[in-house]
Each structure stands twice: as structure tokens, then as C-alpha cells.
Design a protein around this ligand. Sequence first.
Ligand code: SF4
Length: 217
Amino acid sequence: MEYKLQKPVHGTIGTTKYQCVIEWRNGQFIADEPEIQGGKDTGPDPFTLLLSSLASCTLVTLRMYIDRKGWDIPEFKVKTNLWQSKDGDSTITFIDRDITLPAGIEPEKKNRLLEIAANCPISKLLEGNIKVRSYIFHEEDVDKKIKYTNGDITVVWKPELCKHSGRCVTQLPKVFNLKTKPWVTMSGADTEAIKAQVERCPTGALSWIKNEDTPSE
Ligand code: SF4
């Protein structure tokens, strides 16, 4: 498992209703709720952010395609909105995406651009199989390093980075087992097996150090 974003999106909210500071790879922006929802409308709301993602992905994907083809389309626009309807207990969401091209584009080109838009990465993501996994951390855990030793090496686990891919738990359950306390049992395998497993952690949550290299704390 490898994450798409090297730097995850971080959001923080305080008591000012409902201003969220969203930090992304290269800066930050404010998200908020409209006044009708009790916010101050100082930034886009979550639905707007979602639709902006689709709009920008469509624009970029089409621009790349148009440029590759060498078509003369200097500017075009995308408008997105959504509506929802109830079907028994479930909610069905319809997202409409309107692409406006300059006048005079041939019908074959328009059809091709529609196909390309339907295959932009965010379209595929929204229409695919999505699962949201949520975990709770305490503030004090964020920079916490938890250490386990077997005399030879010390395994360091950073809970904030652990995304529970489950790789260690399924591949070396005698050492990594969420049902035991602590969840890492260093006597469960030899040092080489533990080192090899730690190096397979996809997020960097696990690392190891030789005990003679361990700085005293
Ligand atoms: S420590 Fe690494 S391999 Fe184990 S569950 Fe967390 S992210 Fe996955």
C-alpha cells in the first residue's frame, strides 16, 4: 500500500464556528460553512471542496489531452453541482458536470472530450469503490515514539504514521498482534525476521535501530 499524497492533508478546527485550517503540500487555506449552517462563509464548504476537486481534475485532464492532440482550444470551463435523492434508507448522489467549450468545436472532438472527462482520476475515484477508514489519536501520541527491544535491536513505532495497513500484523503475527498488550512481542521471532518485517512497513511507522546505536533518553 502506498499513499497517493506524500504529505497528507491536515485539518484543524478551534472554537470559531466553523473555520477549519486546511494544510496541504504547499500552503494552507480556510474551509468554512455558509451562514445558513452557522458558519461565516470565509472559505469553501466541504461539498464545494469535493466538487472543486472534480472540476479541477476534469480541467487538467482535458487540458493535457487537448495539448497532446494539438487542438486549438485556448480556454474552456467546467461547472459542477450535485443533488441527492432518497431511495428508502439510502441516499443517492448525482453529480452533474457541465463542460463548456468555445463555439465551433467538431462533434467528434466533443464526444472524445466527454469520454476523457469521464475517465479523469477523480471521476473514477468517485464512481469507484471508496471506503473511509477512521482512527482516533490523542494529541500526545502524535509525536510519540513507542519502543520495543529484544536486546539486539529496538523497534520504534510512531503511531501517527501507522495507517493500519495490517501488513506487519498479517505477515508476522507472532510479533505484531493487535490482540496482545503490548502489541509488539519482540520474543516472537528472531532479530533478522523482525528487521525484515519492519522494513516492509509501507508508511515508515516502524523502524529499527541496533541497540548499541540507541541514544539514551
Ligand atoms: S506499523 Fe506499518 S505495517 Fe504495521 S500496521 Fe502500521 S503501517 Fe501497517
